[in-house]
Design a protein around this ligand. Structure first.
Ligand SMILES: [Zn+2]
Length: 113
């Protein structure tokens, strides 16, 4: 857990604190809202990785249409999370872009098959 310096008094406080416990100044740059939205970019990345791995497995071992539909669903959910995360300028821009690239590759591969 990282520590930041208060905007009001300069004392060290926890980066998830919305207000300084010493002087009460609000810390808008590190609001709990931004902290709470990290899961979106992380989920997009994890689902993107899953989609591309599942796509490679499907091409290697062969998959029925039900499995391919499931992989497409993961890819689409990953894309949606990543795009929302980027549009709302949430934390994890790099993770979101990586999620978009991986899910896009797996979707293109699946639809092209
Ligand atoms: Zn303070």
């Amino acid at each position: 857990m990282a520590m930041i310096f208060c905007r009001g008094c300069g004392k060290e406080i926890h980066d998830s604190a919305t207000a300084c416990p010493h002087c009460g100044a609000t810390q808008s740059g590190s609001s709990s809202g931004q902290q709470g939205s990290k899961w979106m970019a992380i989920t997009a990345l994890v689902l993107g990785i899953f989609a591309i791995l599942a796509t490679m497995a499907a091409f290697a071992d062969g998959a029925d249409s039900e499995q391919i539909l499931g992989i497409i669903l993961f890819g689409v959910v990953s894309l949606v999370f990543a795009i929302i995360s980027l549009v709302q300028k949430r934390w994890g821009k790099g993770l979101s872009i990586a999620g978009i690239v991986m899910s896009a590759i797996s979707l293109l591969a699946l639809f092209g098959a």
